[in-house]
Design a protein around this ligand. Sequence first.
Ligand code: BMA
Length: 375
Amino acid sequence: MTLTKQLLFLLPVGLLCLFDSRTLAQDLPVDKNASPATVRLYHHLKALSGKGFLFGHQDDLAYGVGWQYVPGRSDVKDVTGDYPALYGWELGRIELDHVVNIDSVPFDSMQQYIRTGYRRGGVITVSWHLNNPLTGGTAWQPAQGTVAAILPGGEKNALYKSWLDKVAAFFLSLKDDQGHPIPVIFRMFHECNGSWFWWGGKNCTPEELRQLWHFTVSYLRDEKQVHNLLYAYNTDRFTSADAWLERYPGDEWTDIAGFDIYQRGDNASFSTEFGRMLAMLDSIASAHNKIPALTEFGYNGVPDGSWWTGTFLNVLREHHVAYVMAWRNAGEKPGGHSEYYVPYKGQLSAEDFIRFYDSPLTLFQKDAEQAHLYR
Ligand code: BMA
């Protein structure tokens, strides 16, 4: 850890100590009975935003480009010598009692990876591409009336609750070496302004999604007594604060405010659009007292040798996010195309990724460990 990064971290930690304990007590996450470590993570993430951001990667410990399930391996670590500070995992198929998730990661291995990441002081976030409970299709197969059908009084409410029971059991099973619950950022119903998932865009009304959000939080928190969650609301690309807020569940129901973005065109147009969205997120997060985050991003194959510092960091340094999370390094996929968002050793952008790693603004595993995000 560089001296600059150390100073950066002493600041939020010091600030937390200086705070009047009543001020902190009043600013609690969605779950007023959240476990002590969850509340501490919430305050640390708040204090962090604007000073530096945690770097995260989906499925980092499970596989990368050209390898799978090699203990201790990580593409991020192969390139930088350090693990990410935040680890993303995915629950899709847990609702069907499958032993492996939608991307073939065994759920029991996932529990171990989560424990490993947490033991290192890292942060855990989880998404859920749950099947369509009305039709049995995938998350990407919307059908009119799905959200209404799973709300209380709907024909599939009992089925949806039975799926939540499995998700609750998974979260409750996550314990550290002392038996305390491991905090998790649950990124529910992600990219909800797009119409590709059954919960998003034109597939339900904003009010229906809000009801579903409230029902899901209440069920996990009050019915199942899951108290190790922070809740992240995130859209895909958006063009105005109103558009981002259209489906917003409300301040009492959200801890983290974010969006997802993928670069598909040139650097200049991406930078403009990305910067505009980050500026809107800065204002939304400060007006609503939420933790801003770039909940998912990527430039597939990173085909630009200076993208990390020249484009991505260049835009991010002007804004306030507590973390960023790159999507998964799936590698070769059936059909011959490949998908990866962080470099592997020797990849075109690997050297620039090391410069990105060295920036005082980016925090990886060693930084997270020293920052004691749960103390
Ligand atoms: C998508 C793609 C898919 C994957 C899904 C769920 O963005 O990466 O390959 O199955 O997410 O993780």
